[in-house]
Design a protein around this ligand. Structure first.
Ligand SMILES: Cc1ncc(COP(=O)(O)O)c(C=O)c1O
Length: 367
């Protein structure tokens, strides 16, 4: 029997998603202990979880019991935090899971999803998994979204979903509220992915429920430092959420994530203090990169900065820093080939990374 013949042909042909290399594997490859690696490649929070979240994880006594499929205490805590009723909140195994569930709910094979690259890779990945079709409306050189072109793409492809992050990953630009309000007039579900909203201070979470076609995604991975626990949520109008409940795996979020997320919300003031530190560092790092010859950073409202490498040697830059134990993200994609993205670390980590960038620029004789 040939198993390959049994695999769905569209999935057999699907490009695998390229995730970042696991920390331990990198540590072995670079021959450096993990604590000597400066990991600025995945927009993680350098301050980690709130100490109260860690204490709550240790204290919680019922890990042998399945989690609550209705996610009630966490949804209540999120409701307080975000100012939306519990009925519009659904938690996922990372906001990635909400993206996946939305695709499963709306797309039949061949249905279109509009995205504006360069952008977060999971939209096209998950569209492919359910046999959908990705329609791309590329951003301009300042990473701006052309609203008219999105409208045309929605109309001509009869798209069911539009995915736009704000701030966008990988450049950190925010989609103006007026543009979102314009897009909400289109006959399509508009998903605004606010994974980095806490770093920008901009959100359209308040519009969920007022507009029938708006979904907002949020996560605890970035501002609350819980990326490894996988916990995110969607804010959705009743007409959508009632169906998502039906297709959600009953125990999709684990109890450790629930405990840590609730404790994080109780300690939001502390966590927002770390967010402010990261934002201050982002501004400092941006100004410093601007002073380095041959590096052209994009203004960002998230916890990372994208920069173009003027001589096109972004891959070499990435490798040179990796050899020193400093990890950045390099993209091997059209539109981003000469770019690297740096996540904002602690001041000390940023200083080390900036020194390595200055060094590289000097060696490449970019001045
Ligand atoms: C725009 C965007 N959305 C969602 C996510 C994923 O978040 P989560 O960890 O909650 O799945 C990321 C992670 O990098 C992201 O950049």
């Amino acid at each position: 029997m040939d198993i390959a013949n049994l695999i769905r042909p569209d999935l057999a042909a699907l490009e695998p998603y390229t995730p970042i290399v696991p920390f331990e594997a990198l540590s072995a490859r670079l021959g450096r202990p993990a604590d000597q690696i400066i990991k600025l490649d995945a927009n993680e929070n350098p301050y980690g979880p709130s100490p109260r979240a860690v204490a709550a994880l240790v204290r919680y006594p019922h890990y042998a019991i399945y989690p609550d499929p209705d996610q009630t205490p966490l949804r209540q805590a999120i409701s307080q935090y975000i100012g939306q009723p519990v009925e519009r909140i659904l938690c996922g195994n990372g906001s990635d899971e909400i993206i996946d569930l939305l695709m499963r709910l709306f797309l039949s094979p061949g249905d279109a999803v509009v995205e504006a690259p360069p952008t977060f890779g999971m939209y096209s990945f998950n569209t492919g998994v359910v046999g959908g079709r990705v329609v791309q409306v590329p951003r301009d050189e300042h990473w701006r979204v052309d609203i008219e072109q999105v409208a045309e793409a929605v109309e001509s492809s009869r798209a069911k979903l539009v995915f736009l992050p704000s701030p966008n990953n990988p450049d950190g630009s925010v989609l103006p509220r007026a543009a979102i309000e314009q897009l909400l007039q289109l006959p399509v579900i508009l998903v605004i992915d606010e994974a980095y909203a806490e770093f920008s201070g901009h959100s359209v979470a308040d519009l969920v429920g007022l507009a029938p076609n708006l979904v907002v995604l949020r996560t605890f991975s970035k501002w609350a430092g819980l990326a490894g626990l996988r916990i995110g949520y969607g804010l959705l109008p009743e007409a959508i959420i009632q169906h998502l409940w039906k297709i959600k795996p009953p125990y999709n979020i684990n109890m450790a994530a629930v405990v840590a997320a609730i404790a994080s919300l109780e300690d939001a003031e502390y966590l927002m203090g770390t967010v402010r530190k990261i934002v201050a560092e982002r501004e400092r790092v941006f100004a410093e990169i601007q002073r380095i010859d041959g590096l052209l950073p994009s203004p960002s409202q998230a916890n990372f900065i994208l920069m173009r490498v003027a001589n096109g040697r972004a891959k070499e830059l990435h490798q040179a820093l990796e050899q020193q134990g400093i990890l950045l993200r390099h993209y091997n994609k059209p539109g981003l080939r000469d770019c690297v993205r740096i996540s904002i670390g602690t001041p000390a980590q940023n200083d080390t990374a900036l020194a390595a960038l200055r060094d590289w620029s000097a060696k490449e004789q970019l001045s």
